[in-house]
Design a protein around this ligand. Structure first.
Ligand code: BF8
Ligand code: SF4
Length: 659
């Protein structure tokens, strides 16, 4: 009897692939995985319920008098052993997510800056400064003398100045100079202008230790300061230095989806976040001796493909094909076509090791920060970068030669235009001779473009992969909201075919007119998650150009991470909120509704001049919330000429449900 019940439970928890993903290629590979007896994160999510206490953030394990578990249905009914209230516990848990997410982005940014220093001093010769124009622009913006000076001298000063982003113990971070004056005044008033990221993260970890900060408002203040040290600090440095070293993206046609793999070629995937590894791999796969070795092994050539965020940077900068987002990283190995996968840091599932072993794919970790038990490590050294990436290719060639299993590649590829940047928007809308945001602002003021939405972030097996992203973005553009994107969300929409100028027909009349005039898609991809800093800069530029208010909080803009999963996403969400943007998350929100801390994040912060948080799992409701907010801002700006929101009609809904 007991066995029967267990079997029944198991059957109930079986993965429903149609419900798990709206990505056809991933679905095909999940079916194959099941035929092959291989388990993925989708399967584990289906058979393992999320812990309900953790999901509500109603538990604290900050000391060994606990862990203490409060009741989310009666949050004020009891306190922890030390007396910590539900608001303290939730605020501390939330703050530690921000600290961890911010640490990930800032450590990545610092790695880029370390590389930059070594390139400038001439210690590293495998990389060089590719975009001197951008170098000068960034230097000028933060007050470094540029005119008549040697590139090397400017670069040295830029390094010294940007290092303060991480290390300075007092004073405002360099990119605070980019923040609109009124937004900066709000930050100063509330004591949240970041010092160095190391200092902010350290203080936040200290304050969330047992028995330190036990006022949720005070914890939130340091939480905002730390998140801003990420957005306007660590992440922004990562983006700017990567542009200077590897080139600022300009629009480029490129393919996404698993069909980018080639059966007759040696397939190499780089998955992770730091572009230095990927850039070196780009050199390796173009090395004539390695190409010859691949040919000698019977391959037509070497095929390099990206995944996740460094992939999103490489599609933007070089048009390197991108095979899929976070929830497809195990599924793609199921094709049997991946000869080697090299990973660096962040969002690397430990489960990859097992799936790779099942299909004989050579999986390599490369960064000392990220090792996986049972997975081979080839250390990546920037001063001899090719050693690591050449070795990965050599291993891939061996694996190609010995492919023993049948290969099955979903024949799905979606072409699109990627590689937008804040600089290119300037140029695209303004033209060469009057590069400026004025046309964007004008189109917002005249109502053709209702507002701008950033739709970003992860995919998560707790919701149907890509579906919330795609439905949300379609709804937004239908209502004339221009969408800018990064990370896994960008890839979800690219797979859905929205990265083509032709997708303008899905936009409302105003936005589609702008898109058709300029020849741009209604959805613009800005790159990886650290490139969310491009969206901050775009917001600052919209304020600077004028006509849309004096602070970021005045702009008709909104943000969303509808399928978020990582702590980095929480840090990003909070720096957008602290910068003045209404930001809506899906999946789940780790705070109990109606608690004081929840009210502070969802209402109180807005009254202080910041943005605010929102939450819903429903993409249509999410779009409604964002559009209402945009309309509220338009009204406050006096540019609210009557606009009717296009509602999804019954026929549309039925079509969707049948799909
Ligand atoms: O930094 S969107 S799943 S890959 S965390 Fe990760 Fe989320 Fe993807 Fe990139 Ni960003
Ligand atoms: Fe419990 Fe307080 Fe210790 Fe947290 S810090 S585990 S609430 S006693």
């Amino acid at each position: 009897m007991e066995k029967e019940i267990k079997d029944k439970e198991k059957a109930e928890l079986k993965l429903n692939i149609r419900e798990a993903t709206s990505c056809d290629a991933t679905a095909m590979m999940l079916r194959k995985a099941e035929r092959d007896g291989v388990e993925t994160a989708f399967h584990r999510a289906a058979s393992m319920k999320a812990c309900p206490i953790g999901a509500d953030s109603a538990c604290c394990k900050h000391c060994s008098m606990g862990p203490c578990r409060l009741n989310s249905r009666d949050p004020y009914g009891k306190v922890g052993v030390c007396g910590a209230t539900i608001d303290t516990i939730q605020a501390r848990n939330f703050a530690r997510m921000v600290a961890s997410g911010a640490a990930a982005h800032t450590d990545h940014g610092m790695s880029m800056l370390d590389l930059f220093r070594e390139v400038v001093t001439g210690h590293i010769k495998d990389y060089e400064i590719k975009d001197t124009f951008k170098l000068e622009e960034v230097a000028r913006e933060i007050g470094i003398e540029v005119d008549g000076r040697e590139t090397k001298d400017i670069a040295e000063d830029l390094y010294k100045e940007l290092e303060r982003t991480y290390t300075q113990v007092e004073g405002e971070i360099p990119f605070a100079k980019r923040v609109p004056q009124k937004t900066l005044e709000t930050w100063r008033k509330h004591g949240v202008v970041p010092r160095g990221a190391m200092r902010e993260i350290m203080e936040l970890m200290h304050r969330t230790h047992m028995g330190v900060d036990q006022h949720y408002e005070n914890i939130t203040q340091q939480c905002s300061r730390t998140a801003l040290a990420d957005g306007w600090g660590g992440s922004m440095v990562a983006t700017e230095i990567s542009d200077i070293l590897f080139g600022t993206p300009t629009p480029v046609r490129a393919d996404v989806n698993m069909g980018c793999l080639k059966e007759d070629q040696v397939n190499v995937i780089i998955h992770g976040h730091e572009p230095n590894l990927f850039e070196s791999m780009l050199d390796s796969v173009n090395d004539p001796s390695l190409i010859q070795a691949a040919k000698d092994a019977g391959a037509e050539g070497i095929n390099l493909v990206g995944m996740c965020c460094s992939g999103a940077e490489m599609i933007s900068r070089h048009g390197i094909p991108h095979a899929g987002n976070f929830m497809s990283t195990e599924a793609i190995l199921v094709t049997g076509a991946v000869d080697a996968m090299g990973v660096d840091v962040q969002c690397i599932k430990q489960g990859l090791g097992k799936v790779a072993a099942c299909y004989g794919t050579k999986l390599f970790t490369t960064n000392p920060r990220c090792r996986i038990e049972g997975v081979e490590h080839i250390q990546f050294h920037e001063d001899r970068a090719r050693e690591c990436t050449d070795a990965i290719v050599e291993n891939a060639i061996v694996r190609f030669k010995n492919r023993s299993m049948p290969v099955e590649i979903p024949n799905i590829r979606n072409v699109g235009i990627h590689g937008f940047s804040h600089e290119y928007i300037n140029y695209m809308l303004g033209g060469t001779f009057r590069a400026s945001y004025t046309p964007l602002n004008d189109n917002i003021i005249n109502g053709r473009i209702r507002g701008v939405a950033g739709v970003v972030g992860c995919t998560n097996p707790r919701v149907r992969q890509d579906w919330v992203h795609v439905e949300l973005v379609k709804e937004l553009i239908k209502n004339d909201v221009l969408v800018v994107q990064t990370g896994c969300s960008q890839i979800a929409l690219a797979k859905a075919g929205l990265y083509t100028p032709e997708a303008a027909h899905l936009a409302g009349p105003g936005l589609s007119e702008v898109c058709e005039t300029v020849g741009m898609p209604p959805v613009l991809g800005f790159g990886s998650c650290v490139d969310n800093s491009r969206i901050l800069i775009a917001c600052a530029e919209m304020v600077r150009v004028g006509g849309l208010g004096e602070s970021i909080a005045d702009l008709p803009v909104a943000g969303a991470a509808p399928e978020w999963m990582s702590e980095k996403a929480i840090s990003i969400g909070h720096y957008f909120v602290a910068s003045g943007v209404f930001t809506v998350f899906g999946v789940t929100y780790p705070i109990i509704e109606e608690t004081k801390f929840h009210k502070l994040l969802f209402e109180g912060l807005e009254g202080m001049g910041f943005g605010k948080w929102g939450f819903t799992r429903d993409p249509y409701e999410m779009a409604r919330m964002m559009i209402d907010h945009i309309d509220k801002k338009r009204k406050a700006l006096g540019i609210d000429k009557a606009r009717e929101r296009v509602l999804m009609d019954m026929a549309d809904r039925q079509k969707l449900e049948a799909a």
